[in-house]
Structures are given as structure tokens and as C-alpha cells.
Design a protein around this ligand. Structure first.
Ligand SMILES: [Fe+2]
Length: 286
């Protein structure tokens, strides 16, 4: 792979370019650069007045857990269990730069829709290069957070089965039957929305939202910075069961705001409009 030769960016990674280092993972079409997550440059990209201001408006002024410059990045302790994923909660900084290589002519494959199983409050995906439609941006299932939130045992965590080498059949995150049933319904009745845009555009998403990193069918690599914002009281709130008011731990302002949005906002954000049509797009992507 050569920086100035876009044709060399088409995935999957060749065997010689693959890397299973959890701090710098390169496999198939995914490139997850985590060792930069506590570098000042990357922290400034997320922990700046504008973006922090948005997160504080949503979660509460003075309520954000700050990142630690020079701290331990995500992936420092390897996978959560052998062969498993890295736990994003073991992290003192930004999650890192997550890239999806172009798929080229490879057949379209199913993608990993999921909710995150680790505790935090508000996620962001920030584009650090232009991402075109079908460019691998960020796929979400609108409204899924409100339907799934009540199906968890705890507001922010999920119970896990420990990994034992001699008992390999069960390991990892446990999903409740209610969660699995609701997720199946969401997959059947909710059309996902692909978020894409210009350099600097940011997707803000609720902790319990179903999401995926979709395939990239453009000619350029998808490059995004991911971060999880957590409140300073997360440790105290995390074991509470789902609340009647699912916005209890959000700012007063968030709890008081109207959920409606204007036609102009819908057009600007490429959201479905009041008439049911997606503004400015043919296929309801936005
Ligand atoms: Fe995720």
C-alpha cells in the first residue's frame, strides 16, 4: 500500500500488510489505528471547544470525563479474550482512527450490525476525509436506541461469560432474549441510514443505537476518528437498570428539548422529511 497510489488502497490487506497488533490492527478491509489515541493531536481533534461544547450540551456542563494526554490508548491490554474483540472501555483517550479500505469489485457482504457492549454515554464518528455515499461512512438504525434500551439488564453494561480455554463453547457478551427479539424486529422493520459527508462532519450517536461500519464501494479509503464520551458519574450510574426516563443521565437541556426538527434542518442533514421523502437523496441515505 502506497499513500500516493489510491489503487493500492483497495482491500483486502495483503498477507504481508496484515497486522494483528490490537494497537494497530490491519485485517481484511479494516484498519484500526489506536496507538495514536492519547496523542495531543488526536485528542485536540475531539476535545476541542466546539465538539466538547456539543457533548456538554447533551450530557451536562462539567460532566465529561476528560482524556489523558499520553495515557494508555485502547488496545493496550490486547483483546478482551483470546480471539475476541478489544474492549473500547479500557482506554484513556480517543478510540482512534478507523479506516475501511475500498472493496473494489468484491461481492457485497453482510455487515456487522450491533450495539456496543461496553459502558459510555455518547459516541461520535468524525470524518477526517470526504466520504461519499456507499463510501463506508457509518450506518445507523434510527430509533433503535429507544427500543433496545429497556431490554438490557443494566443501563450501560452487559454481562459477560468469562473465557476459559477448556470450556470454549460459551464466552463473551450475553444478550437477553428480549434484546434479541427486538433487534430482529428492528432489522425487519427499520431502514438503516448511511451517514457520509465532508471532512470534519461528525455523527453523534446514542450508546444503545444499532450501528455498523458498512462496506466501502467507492475508490477512496474511509477515514474516521471514533470517540466515546463518558460522564464523570458513569461508574455510579452504570449498574442501574434501565430507567423509566431513558434520558435521566443526560443534561436538563437535552431532556427538555423538542424531538421535532424543521424541514430546513432535514434538508441540511439529508434526513427524511415530513412528506416521507429523503431530502436531496434518492435512496434515503443521509
Ligand atoms: Fe460498535
Amino acid at each position: 500500500m502506497k499513500r500516493d497510489q489510491p489503487a493500492s488502497h483497495v482491500g483486502p490487506f495483503s498477507a504481508e500488510d496484515e497486522d494483528d497488533n490490537t494497537m494497530h490492527l490491519r485485517k481484511d478491509y479494516r484498519w484500526q489505528i489506536r496507538d495514536v489515541g492519547t496523542e495531543p493531536l488526536l485528542i485536540d481533534l475531539v476535545w476541542n471547544d466546539r465538539l466538547r461544547g456539543v457533548a456538554e450540551t447533551l450530557l451536562g456542563e462539567g460532566m465529561l470525563q476528560p482524556p489523558v494526554v499520553g495515557g494508555r490508548p485502547m488496545g493496550s491490554e490486547g483483546a478482551a479474550w483470546p480471539g475476541g474483540p478489544v474492549d473500547p472501555a479500557v482506554n484513556e483517550g480517543i478510540r482512534g482512527i478507523y479506516c475501511t479500505l475500498p472493496h473494489g469489485d468484491a461481492p457485497r457482504q453482510s455487515i456487522g450490525d450491533h450495539t456496543d457492549g461496553h459502558p459510555f454515554n455518547l459516541g461520535i464518528v468524525g470524518l477526517i476525509d470526504e466520504v461519499l455515499p456507499e463510501g463506508g461512512g457509518f450506518r445507523i438504525w434510527p430509533g433503535s436506541h429507544k427500543r433496545l434500551y429497556p431490554t438490557f439488564q443494566m443501563q450501560y453494561d452487559q454481562p459477560r461469560i468469562p473465557y476459559y480455554a477448556h470450556l470454549p463453547s460459551y464466552k463473551g457478551i450475553i444478550h437477553s432474549p428480549a434484546y434479541l427479539a427486538e433487534l430482529a424486529d428492528i432489522m425487519a422493520d427499520t431502514k438503516p441510514v448511511d451517514c457520509w459527508g465532508q471532512t470534519g462532519d461528525v455523527v453523534l450517536w446514542h450508546h444503545r443505537l444499532v450501528h455498523a461500519a458498512p462496506p466501502n464501494y467507492t475508490q477512496q479509503m474511509r477515514q474516521a476518528v471514533l470517540n466515546d464520551f463518558s460522564r464523570t458519574d458513569l461508574d455510579r450510574c452504570r449498574l442501574d437498570p434501565p430507567q423509566a426516563n431513558m434520558w435521566r443521565d443526560w443534561s436538563d437541556r437535552t431532556q427538555q428539548v423538542s424531538v421535532a426538527y424543521s424541514e430546513a434542518f432535514a434538508v441540511a442533514q439529508r434526513l427524511p422529511t415530513a412528506t416521507g421523502e429523503s431530502a436531496g437523496m434518492q435512496d434515503q441515505r443521509g
